[in-house]
Write a protein that binds this ligand. Structure first.
Ligand SMILES: Nc1ncnc2c1ncn2[C@@H]1O[C@H](COP(=O)(O)OP(=O)(O)OP(=O)(O)O)[C@@H](O)[C@H]1O
Ligand SMILES: [Mg+2]
Length: 559
C-alpha cells in the first residue's frame, strides 16, 4: 500500500472522531440555546397531551382488509406523555442547565478562534471584514480596543465580547472593574472580588514574591504615580521599601509568610536607627540611603511610612493569603474581579496597577489562555506589562479587551510614543461616539476615500484629485463625517478589523444572549446543496492568516 493511503487511513479515526465531537457539540449548543423553549414544550405537553390522547382517536389504517394498524394509539399517548416521565425530562433539562456545559463553553469549543460583534442597522461596509454585515468577526488571538467617551456604550460592547470569551477552568479571567459594571455580570460564586472594601479574599503582598527581583518590582510599584517633590527621596524610599520587605521576610520564622499587617506594623514602629542597624546586619544595599546623623535619612523613612499607610489601607492592610500569582497558576474557573474603589482612587491606584501588571506577567509566563478585560485602564498609572500583552500576547494565548475614553487620555498616561505603539498593536477596534480629541485618530483609522461631487468651478480643496469636463470633481475625503463620529447614539459605532470595517449599532447583550452564532454559517439545506451541486468550499469563517512566524521565545525577557 502506498504511503499516502496509509497516511489517510491513519488519520481517518481522528478525523471521524473530530467530526463526531463537533457534531455533538453543535447539537448540545442548540439544545442549550433553546433549553427554555424545550422545557416549556415538555411541560405544556405533559399537561395537554394525555388529555388530548384520550379525546382524539386516530383511525387505524386497514391493511388488506384484515389487519388494522393503529397509527397512533391511545396507549402511546398516555405512555409517551406520561406526566411523571415528562416532568422527569424537564428535571433532567434543569440539571443539565445547572451542571452541563454553559452556552459559551460550547460555543467556544465549536468556534474557538472567533468573537462576534453583532450589529443592527448595519450599513457602510468597507473592505472585506470577516463575518457578515450583521455580525463582524474578530479573531480571538488579537486584543481588542473599545474606544468611546462616557456613555457611548463601551461597557455594554465589552460585555458582548466578554460573554464570548472562554472560561475554561484552567484559564484565568482578570477584570479591572472601574465603575462596578461587571459585578452582576458573572455568577457570584465564580467571582474573586478584590478591593479595599468587601473583598471576598484578603491579599498578601508577600505571597506575590517568587524571586529576589520581585521585592524591587513591588516596591517600585507601590510608589508608581506618587506625587513627587524630590525624585531622589522617592527613589530612595522605594529602594528602602524593597529592603524592608526583604528584611521582614528574613526575620519571619521559617515556613512562615509575613502579611501586609507585618509590613504596616514595621513601618509604623521601627525608627531610622533600628532600620539601619538591621539593614547593616543583613547586609542589605539600601543601608546606603540611611546614613547616620543625616536628616535625609529620616525624611526617606517618613516618605516610606506615609506611602505604605496610604496604599495598604482597609482590606489591603489585613492579614491575608491571597495572591494574584496563585490565582493565575490555578484559576479553577473563577474570575478575578479587581473592583476599583473610585472614591479612594488616588491612594489605591498603585495596588490595582500592581495587581494587573502581575496578572499579565504570570499570564505571559505560560501557554494557557488568559483573558484581561481592562475597562478604563488609562485611568490608572501606566501599566508596565500592557505593551507586551498587546504585542506578544498572542504567542502566549493572552488576550485583552481594552476600554478607553479618549486617545488624549491614553497619550497623557503612556506618552505619545508608547500610546502610538499600543494603538498600532491593536488591529481590532470598535469606535463608538468619541470626543474632539479622538476624532483625528478615528478618521485616520477609517482613512480617506475618493468621492465624486459636482461642485462649482472655483471651489478649491486641498484634497481635490481630478476634475472632468462636467465639473464632476473627485475628492479624497473621509467617508464618515467628523460630526457623525461625535454624535453617534449610545451603542452605535464603527467596527474595524485588519481587513475592513463595518458601521452599525451594537446589540445589547440581553438582546443577543442565546442567539449568537457565527452569521456566515449557512443552513443545513444550503450546505447540502452546495456539497452536492456546487462542490465549492464555503468561505472559511476566518480570513486566511498569513503564515505566522513561530513565537519568538528567546525574545521573552524573564523579569
Ligand atoms: N448597544 C446599545 N444599544 C442601546 N443602548 C445602549 C447600547 N450601549 C449602551 N447603551 C446605553 O448607554 C448607556 C451607557 O452605556 P455604557 O455604560 O456601556 O457606556 P460607557 O461608554 O461604558 O460609559 P462610561 O464611560 O460611563 O462607563 C447604557 O446604560 C445603555 O442604556
Ligand atoms: Mg463604562
Amino acid at each position: 500500500m502506498s504511503n499516502a493511503v496509509t497516511d489517510v487511513l491513519n488519520r481517518l479515526p481522528k478525523a471521524i472522531s473530530d467530526r463526531l465531537q463537533r457534531g455533538r457539540n453543535w447539537v448540545l449548543l442548540h439544545l442549550r440555546m433553546r433549553l427554555r423553549y424545550v422545557a416549556v414544550v415538555i411541560v405544556v405537553s405533559s399537561v395537554l397531551l394525555p388529555w388530548l390522547g384520550s379525546q382524539v382517536w386516530i383511525d387505524p389504517v386497514v391493511v388488506g382488509g384484515q389487519l388494522a394498524v393503529p397509527l397512533v394509539s391511545q396507549e402511546f399517548f398516555s405512555l409517551a406523555f406520561d406526566p411523571v416521565i415528562l416532568l422527569g425530562g424537564t428535571g433532567a433539562l434543569a440539571v443539565y442547565w445547572r451542571f452541563g456545559q454553559t452556552e459559551y463553553q460550547l460555543r467556544h469549543r465549536l468556534y474557538e478562534d472567533i468573537m462576534l460583534v453583532p450589529l443592527a442597522d448595519a450599513d457602510d461596509r468597507h473592505g472585506d471584514p470577516p463575518g457578515s454585515k450583521r455580525a463582524v468577526q474578530f479573531e480571538m488571538d488579537r486584543s481588542v480596543l473599545v474606544l468611546g467617551e462616557t456613555g457611548s456604550g463601551k461597557t455594554e460592547a465589552i460585555k458582548v465580547l466578554a460573554h464570548q470569551l472562554q472560561a475554561d477552568p484552567d484559564e484565568a479571567f482578570v477584570i479591572f472593574d472601574y465603575k462596578q459594571d461587571y459585578q452582576a455580570f458573572f455568577p457570584e460564586d465564580d467571582i474573586i472580588r478584590l478591593s479595599s472594601r468587601d473583598s471576598t479574599v484578603t491579599w498578601n503582598v508577600f505571597n506575590e514574591i517568587e524571586e529576589d527581583g520581585d521585592y524591587d518590582e513591588i516596591a517600585k510599584a507601590v510608589f508608581a504615580g506618587a506625587e513627587v517633590d524630590n525624585d531622589y527621596f522617592t527613589n530612595a524610599a522605594a529602594q528602602v521599601l524593597a529592603d524592608v520587605l526583604r528584611l521582614i521576610q528574613l526575620r519571619a520564622k521559617p515556613d512562615e509568610i509575613p502579611t501586609n499587617v507585618d509590613l504596616i506594623g514595621f513601618v509604623d514602629t521601627v525608627d531610622v536607627d533600628h532600620m539601619r542597624e538591621w539593614f547593616v546586619a543583613e547586609d542589605l544595599s539600601s543601608k546606603k540611603h540611611l546614613p547616620d546623623g543625616v536628616e535625609a535619612s529620616s525624611n526617606i523613612v517618613s516618605i516610606l511610612e506615609e506611602r505604605v499607610k496610604a496604599v495598604f489601607r482597609d482590606d489591603f492592610g489585613e492579614a491575608g493569603t491571597f495572591s494574584v500569582r496563585e490565582y493565575m497558576a490555578d484559576p479553577r474557573g473563577r474570575v478575578l474581579l479587581l473592583d476599583f474603589p473610585i472614591q479612594q482612587s488616588a491612594s489605591v491606584q498603585p495596588i490595582f496597577r500592581l495587581l494587573i501588571d502581575w496578572s499579565i506577567r504570570f499570564g505571559l509566563d505560560d501557554d494557557r489562555g488568559s483573558y484581561y478585560i481592562l475597562d478604563e485602564f488609562a485611568a490608572l498609572p501606566e501599566l508596565d506589562m500592557l505593551e507586551r500583552l498587546i504585542n506578544a500576547g498572542r504567542a502566549y494565548n493572552c488576550y485583552a479587551i481594552l476600554g478607553v475614553q479618549a486617545i488624549p487620555q491614553l497619550r497623557d498616561t503612556y506618552g505619545s510614543d508608547k500610546a502610538d505603539s499600543l494603538l498600532s498593536g491593536l488591529a481590532q477596534e470598535i469606535h463608538l461616539r468619541v470626543g474632539q480629541g479622538s476624532v483625528e485618530y478615528c478618521r485616520k483609522r477609517i482613512g480617506r476615500e475618493r468621492v465624486e461631487r459636482n461642485v462649482g468651478p472655483d471651489e478649491d480643496d486641498e484634497w481635490l484629485v481630478e476634475t472632468d469636463e462636467n465639473d464632476i470633481r473627485v475628492f479624497e475625503d473621509y467617508p464618515i463625517g467628523e460630526d457623525t463620529l461625535q454624535n453617534f447614539e449610545a451603542g452605535r459605532g464603527v467596527v474595524h478589523t485588519p481587513a475592513g470595517r463595518q458601521h452599525g449599532r451594537l446589540y445589547l447583550l440581553d438582546a443577543i444572549n442565546g442567539r449568537l452564532l457565527p452569521a456566515d454559517r449557512p443552513g443545513l439545506a444550503a450546505r447540502l446543496w452546495s456539497r452536492l451541486f456546487n462542490r465549492t468550499q464555503r468561505q472559511p469563517a476566518l480570513e486566511k492568516r498569513e503564515p505566522e512566524a513561530p513565537p519568538q521565545l528567546e525574545e521573552r525577557q524573564k523579569d
